[in-house]
Design a protein around this ligand. Structure first.
Ligand SMILES: CC(C)(COP(=O)(O)OP(=O)(O)OC[C@H]1O[C@@H](n2cnc3c(N)ncnc32)[C@H](O)[C@@H]1OP(=O)(O)O)[C@@H](O)C(=O)NCCC(=O)NCCS
Length: 227
């Protein structure tokens, strides 16, 4: 994920459309010039469920997907994707409804503009608060009681494959590098290097994994959920 232009990357919209004009009028050039399309609702939900099955049970199979559907946090993930879908199609009453349902029934408050890429996992949804200006890449995983919020109206940007432990807070205009892990109850107020582990208040780097160690997307931080 390009952290410097994450919003444009998630929207799939080029910053300057003139840059994307086809070199010629051939169908191949037109296809190459078209902005990347954002995955649709069903593909996003499927990617999220697969990512949660992989994280919780170590494999994606019919049985583990059924278990994921019955696990807490999954409903909040689906309400969030429905809200995002309604927002994309400018169905404002539905967007607001899905937002309210998520906070009322799942105790999970995700601002209406918050954007996360495919593989977004709420391991437990309860107590999560995310500001509407937050941007996250693919395969972001959050435990319960996580807050990702603004300071002076400036929001965090999370890279790909980021894990945030229970009770952690990520606050203000910080960039969390891809592959980073935020320990339980940490308070992140400064930028996080790629693949770093942050713990404490204020959070400090205690470890930086090599790309080889992080190659599995941080699976050694996986928490097995018995539900
Ligand atoms: C941070 C975490 C992801 C582990 O990442 P890691 O890169 O494997 O880090 P390590 O386990 O090697 O720990 C590195 C150091 O940080 C310390 N540490 C780990 N997590 C910590 C935390 N949350 N707060 C304070 N210190 C912590 C370790 O004791 C270790 O210190 P040491 O080097 O002095 O021994 C994990 O400890 C964690 O906090 N996970 C959250 C799990 C969670 O929320 N579970 C809820 C399930 S319901």
């Amino acid at each position: 994920m390009n952290l410097t232009n994450s919003t444009a990357a998630l929207d799939g919209a080029p910053v300057n459309r003139l840059d994307r004009l086809p070199a010629s009028d051939s169908p191949a050039d037109r296809k190459a010039a078209a902005p990347a399309r954002r995955p649709g609702l069903f593909r996003l939900v499927a990617a999220d469920l697969r990512a949660k099955a992989e994280w919780n049970y170590g494999r994606v199979a019919f049985a583990t997907l059924v278990k994921v559907l019955l696990t807490d946090g999954t409903a909040a993930m689906v309400w969030y994707r429905l809200m995002q879908w309604a927002r994309r199609w400018r169905l404002y009453p539905l967007e607001l409804l899905f937002n309210r349902v998520n906070s009322f029934y799942c105790n999970c408050v995700i601002g209406r503009g918050a954007e996360f890429g495919p593989g977004f996992v709420l391991i437990h949804g309860t107590g999560i608060v995310i500001n509407g200006g937050v941007r996250g890449g693919a395969n972001v995983k959050l435990e319960h009681q996580v807050t990702i919020g603004a300071e002076k109206r400036q929001n965090p940007v999370l890279g790909d494959d980021v894990f945030v432990g229970a009770g952690a807070k990520v606050i203000g205009p910080v960039t969390v590098g891809s592959g980073a892990r935020i320990g339980a109850n940490a308070v992140v107020v400064h930028d996080v290097p790629e693949r770093a582990t942050m713990v404490g208040i204020p959070a400090r780097v205690v470890r930086v994994r090599t790309p080889e160690e992080a190659g599995d997307g941080g699976s050694d931080a996986r928490m097995v959920v018995n539900s």
